[in-house]
Design a binder for this molecule. Structure first.
Ligand code: FAD
Length: 421
């Protein structure tokens, strides 16, 4: 994947492929944010952990995303309260900032160099977006996150040098980082605690039982517990899980380095930005002053002909002054969408657990959910169980028609965004 992140990644060892039989207390499938977060938590508690990764650490969404720490979930806390009750809202509210705290804590404790920068903004394009962001600000305040605040048209110009926005919601506890370097730092810390990672080791199946066995092409791991964290890339290793989510791709482009003066004009506070549309744009500066600009949701994660052709027009609408700027990198990645847009965490059996479906906002939640998986393995499942209690809803249209049905729904919401209603 010719991403800016791969090109600027810290050197990492090529880990061995699994061959033959191994045993562990816990076997984790997938070296993305979810899997590595759980792996680190468990290694710190003294568990003997093996991580199996089909490709390389960070191959999935975690090594390709916008790098934006967006607090909360893909649904607002108010939405959760209205649909699942006050207790669910309270529980989710209590965990909503935990992922961002875990990231800051691990960067400090493990000395992870990943260009971390503070602050994020959700930008509004019309008055409907502003109403929704005002509601969300009030919800955050109710849940104790009182530094979140609204800005008007003039206020948002202090953050974004674009005429597009009528205001927005600023979260000083948001932020951004180089996601792949963060993950590689987590992997290094995990290995320093004697954790083992096998790369190029695609899991082909899991036989459940008192001691489940995780199988790859050339080997197997027998463990007391198995954690399935393959998300949108899981394939057919565990068909029951794959059916529950829809892979969705998002695309990102990175400009050439812009120089500090132009970078300062575009994003004076260097906060990361996402807009409030149903199919949204997100952008931020990298440490070397490139603009990383993403968007372009594709349901079903089909390949598209030209990533730059898809994303650049949105970038130029936001920043027309970039018309002559070169695009150095263009890439895409897949995240897992759930019907409810709420992540799913649960058990296939007593000792085979899973987490997936952060639905496009997973940089912080995956860290928190990895911790929930680790707590459940360690005999403290209370918080895991509150999240596992969220209902699972199948996609409308079943496996065959879920993509066209979801595309239809998204057209409706995108049209509302275009008309500003
Ligand atoms: C382009 C893009 C931009 C995004 N931007 C943002 C953002 O700015 N902010 C935000 O909050 N969220 C963002 N997201 C979402 C976020 O990146 C994801 O929610 C999160 O990274 C998911 O992490 P994960 O560990 O669950 O899955 P992944 O990172 O996808 O990791 C799963 C891993 O499991 C491995 N795997 C799968 N199947 C198997 C198997 N059978 N055997 C062995 N290994 C297997 C895969 O190779 C992969 O490495 C974005 C997503 C994309 C795609």
């Amino acid at each position: 994947m010719a991403s800016y992140y791969a090109a600027s990644a810290h050197p990492a060892p090529q880990r061995p492929k699994l061959s033959g039989k191994e045993t562990a207390d816990v076997c984790i499938v997938g070296a993305g944010f979810t899997g590595m977060s759980a792996a680190l938590e468990l290694a710190e508690k003294g568990f003997n952990v093996i991580v199996l990764e089909a490709e390389r650490v960070g191959f999935g969404a975690s090594g390709r995303n916008g790098g934006q720490l967006v607090n909360g979930y893909s649904r607002s806390l108010g939405h959760i309260g209205r649909h699942y009750g006050e207790e669910a809202e309270r529980n989710c509210g209590e965990m909503a900032l935990e992922g961002a705290t875990i990231i800051r804590d691990r960067i400090d404790r493990f000395g992870i160099e990943c260009d971390f920068a503070e602050g994020g903004v959700v930008a509004a394009l019309n008055e409907r977006h502003m109403r929704s962001l005002r509601e969300q600000t009030e919800e955050w305040h109710r849940h104790g996150h009182t530094s979140v605040h609204m800005v008007d048209r003039d206020g948002i110009r202090a953050h974004v040098g674009s005429d597009q926005y009528v205001g927005g919601m600023v979260d000083p506890y948001g932020g951004h980082f180089h996601p792949l370097n963060f993950l590689l730092g987590e992997a290094r810390a995990f290995e320093a605690m004697s954790g083992r990672i096998f790369e190029s080791s695609r899991v082909t199946g899991v036989s459940q039982g008192q001691k489940p066995i995780v199988k790859t092409e050339d080997g197997e791991v027998q463990a007391d517990h198995v954690l399935l964290c393959g998300n949108a890339y899981l394939g057919n290793a565990v068909p029951k899980l794959t059916q529950q989510i829809m892979p969705v791709s998002s695309q990102v482009i990175a400009t050439e380095p812009l120089g500090s003066e132009l970078a300062q004009q575009l994003l004076p506070t260097r906060h990361c930005i996402e807009d409030s549309r149903f199919v949204l744009d997100y952008f931020r500066l990298s440490a070397d002053n490139r603009l990383l600009y993403g968007g372009g949701t594709v349901y079903g994660a089909r390949d598209i002909a030209s990533i730059t052709g898809r994303i650049r027009p949105g970038m130029l609408k936001t920043f027309p002054q970039l018309a002559d700027v070169k695009i150095d990198y263009a890439w895409s990645g897949n995240f897992a969408l759930t019907m409810t847009r709420i992540p799913q965490i649960g058990r296939l059996s007593d000792n085979v657990l899973f987490s997936h479906g952060d639905s496009g906002h997973g940089v912080t939640t995956t860290q928190m959910l990895g911790r929930r998986l680790a707590e459940a393995v360690d005999g403290d499942p209370a918080k895991f169980d509150t999240l596992a209690a969220f209902p699972y809803l199948p996609f409308i249209g079943g496996r065959l028609f879920r993509v066209p049905a979801t595309v239809l729904g998204s057209w409706y919401y995108s049209l509302r965004d275009k008309l500003g209603i």
